[in-house]
Design a protein around this ligand. Structure first.
Ligand code: SF4
Length: 367
């Protein structure tokens, strides 16, 4: 456990912990809906600073983890086609589909190339005019605007060999679906900072209004997260659920108009397949018909094998918050960051990887 003096702003950490302890009388289960929060909470030992009445659990906030197995199988099927280069961010390479990962497919001869931005993918298309370059668009509202811009740029340049396989997802309706499953009694949501910088705070209002659950948007420093937890606990104690921004330096109520406009120009909502939750209407971003020439699903059809679950992996339960990582029988034994079985251990933002690396669970299970 970290000593309070080891934090970057120890006085604010001490002050916030004292304030939370002072007002907290009711039990509260708070879900963070952002993989970066999951990592920051574990890495900075924030659970240990809080009163026992407060539980922090992770939700479907890691975009790599929530990408459905069938979406990965489809990306692999595209990568295996002749004259195709599948361009992807590196974090998708080791994520298991039903039968293999993109990394496995590459080892077997598929042309899968890791890129660091959509501009790299556009460059690949320019340099390989005889190939179809497909960018695998995975992520939330944070990444969707840059992918939309890449499509607009490809159109502007007249590129005929740049395509996107979009499995982007949007966060607020997925939170609604999670609530409607009724598996958990949630007392608050720690809402994502990066996603909210794009969408603003308004899309969460229905959660407080219709479901009576406090929502606070948080930054990523330990003090930011503790401040958001303090505000949630205060709302719980006062029975006054609302949406608050505790990350004013990054998030405005109305979000980023420019990013929203670009996203809306290129994408429309569609059903999205969430690992562990299933298909939820209105949670994916599909490319609008007007930009269909850049939508690989409109241009090329592939045969995709029937999807199947990863045996023994409980990522679905973990992403829904109904289980903690160490409750999976494979955690720290068959499944470690070095030999990951499921996406929550593969991704650096996955809960299993965060618990293993930072919460002493690796030592516990390796011993
Ligand atoms: Fe899946 Fe591994 Fe996490 Fe178990 S420990 S839920 S197998 S990722």
């Amino acid at each position: 456990m970290k000593h309070i003096d080891e934090y970057r702003r120890p006085d604010s950490i001490k002050g916030l912990v004292a304030k939370i302890n002072e007002i907290s009388t009711k039990p509260a289960t708070i879900m963070e809906v952002c993989g970066t929060h999951t990592v920051s909470i574990s890495k900075n030992g924030l659970r240990q600073l809080l009163p026992r009445t407060i539980s922090l659990i992770s939700g479907p906030g890691c975009p790599v983890c929530v990408t459905g197995g069938s979406d990965i199988d489809t990306a692999i099927a595209y990568a295996q086609q002749k004259d195709v280069i599948l361009a992807t961010f590196g974090d998708m390479m080791k994520v298991p589909g039903s039968y293999q990962s993109l990394g496995d497919a590459k080892a077997s001869g598929a042309d899968v190339q890791v890129v660091y931005s959509t501009l790299d993918a556009l460059d690949l298309a320019v340099k390989n005019p005889d190939k179809k370059v497909i960018f695998y668009g995975v992520g939330f509202e944070t990444t969707a605007p840059t992918v939309a811009l890449s499509i607009l740029e490809a159109k502007r340049r007249g590129l005929k060999n740049y395509f996107v396989y979009s499995v982007h997802k949007v966060v607020p309706p997925a939170v609604a679906a999670l609530i409607s499953l009724g598996e958990l009694k949630l007392d608050g949501f720690l809402c994502p900072g990066h996603v909210s910088a794009i969408i603003g705070s308004r899309p969460y209002e229905f959660i407080a209004r219709d479901h009576g659950i406090p929502c606070v948007i948080a930054g990523f420093e330990p003090a930011d997260i503790l401040m958001a937890i303090y505000l949630i606990v205060k709302q719980v104690e006062e029975s006054s659920p609302k949406v608050e921004i505790a990350y004013g330096r990054g998030v405005k109520e109305e979000g980023s108009q420019r990013a929203l406009e670009v996203m809306d120009k290129v994408f429309e909502t569609a059903p999205g397949d969430w690992r562990g939750i299933g298909v939820i209407d209105g949670t994916a971003l599909a490319i609008r018909g007007e930009y269909g020439d850049f939508d690989i699903t409109k241009v090329m059809s592939v045969e995709v094998p029937e999807a199947r679950e990863i045996k023994g992996c409980e990522c679905g339960e973990i992403l829904r918050g109904v289980k903690l990582p160490f409750e999976c029988k494979l955690f720290g034994k068959a499944c470690t960051p070095r030999n990951p079985v499921g996406p929550c251990m593969v991704s650096s933002e996955g809960s299993c990887a965060a618990y293993y690396r930072y919460e002493g669970m690796g030592i516990l299970n390796d011993g």
